[in-house]
Every structure is written in C-alpha cells, then in structure tokens.
Write a protein that binds this ligand. Sequence first.
Ligand code: FMN
Length: 167
Amino acid sequence: MKKLVIYYSFEGNTKLIAEDIAKAIDADLLEIKPVTEIETKGFMKFFWGGKQAMMNEKPLLLPLDKNPEDYDVIFIGTPVWAWAPAPPLKTFFDTHKFENKKIALFCCHGGGKGKTLEKMKQALGEQNEFIGQIDFVDPLKRKTEEKVKKAVEWARTICGKINCNTK
Ligand SMILES: Cc1cc2nc3c(=O)[nH]c(=O)nc-3n(C[C@H](O)[C@H](O)[C@H](O)COP(=O)(O)O)c2cc1C
C-alpha cells in the first residue's frame, strides 16, 4: 500500500510529528502551504490567525508536489486553530475529495482541541475508512521525545493492523 502523510504546520509542532510518523512507516510527506502565511509569530498571530479561523477563511494554497489520489493510506495532521483544523486544511478539504482511502488523523494544540478531529472526518466524508486518531499538546514545548515516541508507536500500530507494508 502507498502511504502519505499530509500536514500543515505554522510553528513546527505538527511538522515534527508528521516527519517522525512518515519516517517510522516509510511514507511520503506532503506539506500544505498557503500562498500567504500569517506574518507574525508573536502574540498577533492569535489575532490574525484567529480571525482567519473564526471567519472560516480558506487561504489559497501553493501547488502540491504530490497527488494524494496516488495513495491508499493517508495520515493527515493539523494544528488546532479556534477548536478547528487550521484554515489551510479547510482549503485542502474543499479542493480535494477522497474516496475509499484509509485515513488516520492527528492534531497538535495547546490544550483545547474542541471537535477538530470530528470536523476533519466530516470534511473528508464517510466514503473513507478512518483507521485512527490522536492528538498532542504542543510537542515542541514539553516532553518532546515522549510525544514523538507515542506518535511513532501509534502510526506503527495502525500500519500493523492494516498490513500497510503489503504491495
Ligand atoms: C491562530 C491560532 C489559534 C489557535 N487556537 C487554538 C485552540 O483553539 N485550541 C488550542 O488548544 N490551541 C490553539 N492554538 C495553539 C496551537 O494549536 C498549538 O500551539 C499547536 O501545537 C501549533 O501547531 P504548529 O506548531 O504545527 O503550528 C492556536 C494557535 C494559533 C496560532
């Protein structure tokens, strides 16, 4: 089975988890990037990013360098913004429809994930099989190694269950 890890990350937490999962299960990696990123990483990020999230804005994305259609097993990760997937993911879900994929979801947040994972499932639709979900509290800030280990074990267990190393 062909495996892909898709993610967006503003400050590196989701990127860290995505990269380690991809390495652990030998998957390709696809980073989603908006054409225009929020400019500040300071406190104003909550204002501009929060506005984008609350207004349900869907920023334009840079072209993807892999086609998710080519894959059977897809892990998708997002930071939580205003208790929801980050806006670039919303654009991605609007512009890419999946069918008959095995999908695992993960998110990184500061302690209040809300219904982010449920919202991702809803956006992806029931025509896919959801094979796992997990969340992490700011892995770059605290207990990084422990959280990476948890992510790797989670991904490997999922892969083992579905025999994802078969051709
Ligand atoms: C605009 C914005 C909104 C956020 N909203 C939430 C939230 O609703 N709940 C939460 O727990 N964390 C929230 N966070 C924190 C991030 O989800 C968290 O720090 C996450 O680990 C960041 O992932 P990243 O480094 O991959 O961007 C928000 C961060 C930003 C910038």
